[in-house]
Ligand binder design. Structure first.
Ligand code: FAQ
Length: 302
C-alpha cells in the first residue's frame, strides 16, 4: 500500500503553497470536489477508505442474502430482501463516488478479489441462526451508523453526500434488526436463548468494526486533520457501547463482557479488553469464515 506522507503521485514533494491552500479550505469546512486540486495522499486515502467501504457493503450482502429463502415469515422475507437490495445500492453509490477520484470500478473489483483491498472484518463471522439476522441489523448496522453519521460531514463532497441517504437506510436496517431481537427475546425460552447466543457471538466483532485502538491506528491522525474522519476509532466505539448497552438491557439480554460497568465519573461504560490478535487474524484473511472467498467463487462461477 502507499504511505500516507505528503508526496505526489511520482514520489516528489507536493507544492507547499498548494498544500497550505488545500488545508485552509479544509479548515474552513469547504467541501473538496472531484476537479479540485488535492494532495495525492488525500486522494489515495479516500480511494482506500471509500473502496473498502463499498466492498464491505457488497460483501455484507452475502450472510443476509443466504437467509432470504429461510426467513421465518413472508413479512420478514420482504424486509430482508429490501435490506439486502439497499446494501447493493450503498455499494454502488460509494463505488460511483470513488470513481470520481480516478480509479475504475474494474480496478476496485480486482483489488477486492486479489485481497489487496480489505473489507470490514465483521463479514468474516458466520451467521448460522435466524437470530443472527437480528444481531447483524441491530449491532452491525448500529455500528455502521455510528461510524457513518460523522462521514456525512467528510471533507470530500461526493463521499459526504453519498452518506446522507445511506445513513437513513442504515437506520431502518438497525431498527429491523432490533425488531427481530425483540420478538426473539420476548418469545419462547429457546428463542431467547437463540438471541443471547447471537449477541454472544456478535458483540466483540461489532466492537472491532471501529478499527484498531487509537494508539495503533495508522491513518487516523492525518484523516482527522483532513476532516475525512471526525472522531477517532476509540471515540466512536465508546459512543456505540454507551448507546447499545441500555438497548440490550431493554431486551433482557446480557452483554458478554464481565468488565462492563457504568462509570459515574466518566459518564461512560468501562469495558473489557478487545482481543486484538483475533482482529489482526481476521483482517489478514484468517477469519472464521472468509466471506471474500465465497464472493470470489461466485464471481468465478457467474
Ligand atoms: N475491518 O488506521 P486505521 C456496513 C484496517 S459498512 C477491516 O484505523 P482507518 C454496512 C484499515 O483499513 C462497514 N479492516 O484505518 C452493512 C487499515 O488497513 P489498510 C464498513 C480494518 O481507515 C451492514 C488498518 O486496519 N464501514 O457494515 C478495520 O483510518 C450490514 C489500520 O486502521 C466502513 O468502511 C475493520 N473493521 O479507519 C452492510 C466505514 N478497521 O487500509 C451489510 C468507512 C480498520 O491501511 C450488512 N471506513 N481496518 O491496509 C472507516 O470509517 C475507516 O476506514 C475505519 C478504519 C474506521 C473502518
Amino acid at each position: 500500500m502507499y504511505s500516507q506522507g505528503l508526496k505526489d503521485a511520482e514520489g516528489g514533494q507536493e507544492p507547499a503553497g498548494l498544500l497550505k491552500a488545500f488545508q485552509a479550505r479544509i479548515d474552513k469546512e469547504e467541501k473538496i470536489e472531484p476537479r479540485d486540486w488535492m494532495p495525492d495522499a488525500y486522494r489515495q486515502t479516500l480511494i482506500r477508505q471509500m473502496s473498502q467501504h463499498a466492498h464491505s457493503e457488497i460483501v455484507g450482502q452475502l450472510p443476509e442474502g443466504n437467509w432470504i429463502t429461510r426467513a421465518p415469515t413472508l413479512k420478514r422475507k420482504m424486509i430482508l430482501l429490501a435490506k439486502v437490495q439497499d446494501e447493493a445500492g450503498h455499494g454502488l453509490y460509494i463505488y460511483s463516488a470513488t470513481e470520481t477520484l480516478g480509479i475504475t470500478r474494474a480496478e476496485m473489483n480486482e483489488q477486492l478479489l486479489s485481497g489487496e483491498a480489505k473489507y470490514s472484518s465483521i463479514f468474516n463471522y458466520p451467521t448460522p441462526s435466524w437470530a443472527d439476522m437480528g444481531a447483524v441489523g441491530w449491532l452491525v448496522d448500529g455500528a455502521a451508523i455510528m461510524n457513518q453519521v460523522p462521514l456525512c460531514r467528510a471533507s470530500y463532497g461526493p463521499y459526504a453526500r453519498s452518506m446522507v441517504r445511506i445513513c437513513k437506510e442504515e437506520s431502518f436496517h438497525q431498527r429491523q434488526g432490533y425488531d427481530i431481537m425483540t420478538s426473539l427475546a420476548r418469545g419462547s425460552a429457546a428463542q431467547k436463548k437463540m438471541a443471547q447466543d447471537s449477541l454472544n457471538r456478535f458483540w466483540w466483532p461489532a466492537l472491532m468494526m471501529f478499527g484498531p485502538s487509537d494508539k495503533d491506528s495508522t491513518h487516523s491522525a492525518q484523516s482527522m486533520k483532513w476532516k475525512i474522519k471526525r472522531f477517532s476509532n476509540d471515540e466512536l466505539r465508546q459512543k456505540f457501547i454507551d448507546a447499545t448497552v441500555p438497548q440490550a438491557e431493554h431486551l433482557g439480554l446480557t452483554i458478554p463482557d464481565k468488565d462492563l460497568n457504568w462509570n459515574e465519573e466518566t459518564g461512560h461504560y468501562d469495558f473489557g479488553e478487545i482481543d486484538w490478535q483475533e482482529f489482526i487474524n481476521v483482517i489478514k484473511g484468517n477469519g472464521p469464515c472468509e466471506a471474500a472467498e465465497v464472493y470470489q467463487q461466485k464471481k468465478i462461477q457467474s
